[in-house]
Ligand binder design. Structure first.
Ligand code: ASC
Length: 128
């Protein structure tokens, strides 16, 4: 799938970057600081939800060294990492349903739950 470990690292970072861009830009709306726009929410969350499937293919053997913030626990506690990834993907899928509903309160609640899964994984598996 990847020619070199660096390619896998670059790929997973790119996938996280695109996911975080489309998720993160809705933060102000989720906090009610910007007026709710159902189409903006649905369009961006659809992309974030699609992206959520991609990064984890880039954590294969030999991709623990190099330009990465991934902790060794990604590989030494692989089951736990996979569970954290799935938790985020499941939350993102539920958020996608909420986003498509057009209901602001459902979106805000699901957005918050999804953000917790991002942070949870970072706390355990990302340096800094
Ligand atoms: C984002 C983003 C994250 C999460 C996290 C939620 O927009 O890039 O990693 O939300 O900050 O706590």
């Amino acid at each position: 799938q990847f020619q070199k470990p660096e390619d896998a690292i670059k790929y997973r970072k790119a996938a996280f970057t695109v996911m975080a861009s489309h998720f993160g830009r809705l933060g102000p709306m989720a906090q009610g600081r910007v007026p709710f726009d159902a189409k903006v929410v649905a369009d961006n969350i659809a992309i974030a939800a699609t992206m959520s499937a991609l990064p984890f293919a880039g954590f294969g053997a030999g991709t623990d060294k190099g330009d990465t913030k991934a902790k060794p626990e990604v590989w030494s506690e692989a089951d736990k990492f996979a569970a954290a990834a799935k938790k985020m993907q499941d939350a993102m899928a539920a958020l996608n349903v909420a986003a498509k509903s057009g209901n602001a309160d459902q979106f805000k609640a699901a957005f918050g739950e999804t953000g917790k899964t991002c942070k949870g994984c970072h706390d355990d598996f990302r340096k800094e």
